[in-house]
Design a protein around this ligand. Structure first.
Ligand SMILES: NC(=O)c1ccc[n+]([C@@H]2O[C@H](COP(=O)([O-])OP(=O)(O)OC[C@H]3O[C@@H](n4cnc5c(N)ncnc54)[C@H](O)[C@@H]3O)[C@@H](O)[C@H]2O)c1
Length: 323
């Protein structure tokens, strides 16, 4: 198959591209390198079945000459807590509109990267795909990201209804592993790993009791692979997460990472930052997926435990710590 990946030089895009190329697919990847890195696609750059296009997906012309069977739309603005809510709303819409129009014109399927953040403040975990999406007030800009993805999901389904667009929507739950962004852009793991290596205080937002589940990137990629290869994924939404039972508080995550880096006897240094420091901010207190639909529909089985995956991520990140 010929597969177009938007955001190929990012974390999930580069891991997915490598896997697809190894399986013999043709991959065209686009990225403007705003948040991705050429080092992530370095090993693929000279492969015959890989083409890299440097450009902005918000510009419709960038897609003009690319024709693919499936488009995996990963490129995104994220975390308006640290960046610009307006840019998140604008760019995520513009990119998606271009990709959707292209898919309708070329009769390609779109696989859209949505997020666990769409469940927002819903306290009823685990979330199934039909759970309510509970947003906070529009004056809290962190919801702009979740809203842009909710809008994206609705936009895709509306285009399915109107124009027969074939889609799969994947709601990712905290993916981590090699090629992850080394800043908060990539989530807490890489930042915690760096602090642990340097034996510096790990910043924890609030009291650290908020919980998450995390997915090692090989499981994320295998779930995407199932969405690409299995027709039963057509026109469905899937929570894409790890093995049941992986819920962990952010405080315990920091302690686990510290001990994996520095040894069981080392005492972690944690620095708790009150939420008020972030201004008008709201956190999600629990985030746990029900992934039974993904497992039963697509015969998917997550393989990785958190500790096992963190050991791999720490090993990968070591190269940046030595420099
Ligand atoms: N990583 C996770 O845990 C996670 C969780 C939930 C949802 N997601 C979603 O999955 C997708 C991939 O996440 P990721 O962690 O790999 O992100 P990432 O930031 O590492 O990768 C996204 C890539 O898209 C590129 N990009 C952004 N805007 C672009 C534009 N206008 N034109 C061209 N390229 C552009 C960036 O340069 C980057 O390389 C995103 O849509 C994200 O919202 C990820």
């Amino acid at each position: 198959m010929k597969i177009l990946i938007t955001g190929v030089a990012g974390f999930i895009g580069s891991n997915l591209a490598k896997c697809l190329l190894d399986k013999g697919h043709i991959v065209v990847g686009i990225d403007n390198l705003n948040y991705g890195f050429m080092r992530n696609v370095e090993s693929m750059k000279d492969m015959d079945n890989f083409q890299f296009i440097m450009g902005d997906i918000a510009n419709p012309l960038i897609l003009k000459d690319v024709h693919a069977d499936i488009v995996i739309h990963l490129a995104s603005q994220k975390i308006p807590r640290y960046t610009n809510a307006l840019r998140t709303l604008d760019e995520n819409y513009l990119m998606l509109r271009n990709v959707v129009q292209k898919c309708i014109y070329d009769k390609s399927k779109i696989i859209f990267a949505s997020t666990s953040d769409v469940y927002g403040k819903n306290p009823n975990v685990p979330f199934s795909e039909n759970s309510d999406l509970v947003m906070g007030p529009t004056t809290v800009k962190r919801w702009a990201y979740a809203l842009s993805k909710m809008y994206g999901e609705q936009y895709i389904i509306a285009n399915h209804d109107e124009y027969g667009l074939t889609y799969t929507i994947t709601r990712f739950f905290g993916s981590y592993g090699p090629n992850q962004n080394l800043t908060w852009w990539g989530g807490p793991q890489s930042v915690f790993i760096e602090k642990a290596y340097k034996k510096e205080p790990i910043d924890i937002h609030g009291d650290g009791s908020q919980t998450r589940t995390f997915t090692y990137v090989d499981d994320t990629v295998n779930a995407l692979l199932a969405c690409i290869e299995n027709g039963k994924s057509d026109n469905e939404i899937f929570n894409t997460g790890s093995k049941p039972g992986g819920e962990i508080s952010i405080k315990d995550l920091a302690i686990l990472i510290w001990k994996l880096v520095n040894g069981e006897d080392s005492v972690p240094i944690l620095n708790f930052i009150p939420y008020a420091t972030f201004g008008n901010y709201e956190d999600v207190m629990r985030r746990v997926p029900d992934i039974s639909k993904l497992c039963s529909t697509l015969d998917f089985k997550p393989e990785w435990d958190l500790e096992q995956g963190l050991i791999k991520a720490i090993e990968w990140q070591k190269q940046f710590m030595i420099k």
